[in-house]
Design a protein around this ligand. Structure first.
Ligand SMILES: [Zn+2]
Length: 359
């Protein structure tokens, strides 16, 4: 685990919030724009709560507890996240982290051990906290569970967590992190105090990205909808802010040229599904904005093509396209046949954009 620190646009809020320890709630829902640094905020908050000599309410980075946190082995800190995410974060070295244990009820055949890592927070991950609650905390301090993303809680694991929050164990703080609180169980929401994280101003976000050594930060910030942490991640992944295939797709859509969806799907499917699906979702948001006379949010560089495309579009079809893509992002991140899935998504896109002309 890397050093847990707040981003510059979070520090003032963090100092204020952590300064009121005597009135600190036992469960918080930390929410805000996707890619604004919520997970980092929650982990930095956990470090601050566990630190033995906080400075201004924030972690000192020097004490024993801070050392344990930065090595990912503080006994009073648990990160509850989907197995797939834990692997992505390199959790296999994180001692005392049970997020990657294989469920006991999984069949023991060879195939089962190779199953795709779970994208849900499973009920046994919540139940495994029970024995943790029964142990005294280090020097009688706090115990902190960071649960992210809270949308990954299933109905079963969400209800199991609800039971815990209804009779919260002593000295324990639960930090739930969510992009979309409205996707959580209302009963669970009612047990949490909400903490909305700020989105930095464009100037502050640009300054931070420049400080991170990101080239053309304005493009990436636009592609990330103004969320700087996501902008940095996009910039550090392969490829340009706007993939060439997307540009090509839009041009074919407005020129009315026949689209070779099979060939395009071949190209698209070379990037990981969540990545291209995300690009399609974002361009769909832009199409929806432009069709209502607003400026594109994610791909200002494609503004002209987008404007040309929406001239033939039906606003209702575009709004349905956005909903459909959002649904796919939740369901289909590991399709059996990536190319076929890409082709059907592109087909859907083409149909939604050419509706007025073909009808
Ligand atoms: Zn410390």
């Amino acid at each position: 685990m890397s050093h847990a620190a707040f981003f510059p646009w979070q520090t003032a809020l963090a100092v204020n919030w952590l300064g009121a320890r005597e009135r600190f709630a036992h469960a918080w829902l930390i929410h805000g724009l996707a890619g604004v640094g919520k997970r980092e905020f929650a982990l930095a908050a956990a470090a601050a709560l566990l630190c033995e000599s906080p400075v201004n309410g924030l972690a000192c980075g020097k004490c024993l507890a801070c050392g344990w946190v930065s090595h990912g082995n503080h006994p009073d800190l648990k990160r509850i996240r989907p197995e797939a995410l834990a692997l992505e974060e390199g959790a296999d070295e994180a001692v005392g982290d049970d997020a990657i244990e294989i469920s006991n009820d999984a069949p023991t055949s060879g195939a089962a051990t190779k199953r795709a890592p779970s994208k849900d927070i499973r009920v046994d991950q919540i139940r495994s906290m029970e024995s943790w609650f029964n142990h005294a905390t280090h020097r009688g301090g706090w115990r902190v569970a960071v649960i992210y993303p809270a949308e990954a809680l299933t109905t079963i694991s969400g209800n199991s967590l609800l039971k815990v929050l209804e009779e919260p164990p002593a000295s324990t703080v639960f930090l739930l992190v969510a992009d979309a609180p409205d996707r959580l169980l209302p009963t669970l929401l009612s047990r949490c105090r909400r903490l909305a994280l700020p989105t930095p101003s464009h100037t502050d976000a640009m300054r931070w990205l420049e400080g991170q050594g990101i080239q053309s930060p304005d493009q990436w910030l636009a592609a990330a909808g103004g969320a700087p942490v996501l902008a940095r991640r996009l910039a550090q992944s392969d490829g340009p802010a706007c993939p060439a295939w997307l540009d090509g797709l839009l041009q074919s859509l407005h020129s009315g040229r026949a689209l070779d969806l099979g060939a395009l799907a071949d190209i698209v499917a070379k990037t990981p599904t969540p990545q291209w699906l995300d690009a399609l979702s974002r361009v769909a948001v832009d199409l929806n904005l432009v069709v209502h006379g607003l400026a594109p949010r994610y791909f200002p560089g494609l503004g002209k093509s987008i404007a040309d495309v929406v001239r033939h579009c039906d606003a209702k079809k575009l709004s349905e396209l956005s909903k459909w893509l959002a649904e796919q992002s939740r369901l289909a991140t590991h399709p059996l046949n990536a190319k076929l899935f890409a082709q059907s998504a592109l087909q859907r896109m083409a149909t939604s954009c050419q509706s007025a002309r073909t009808v």
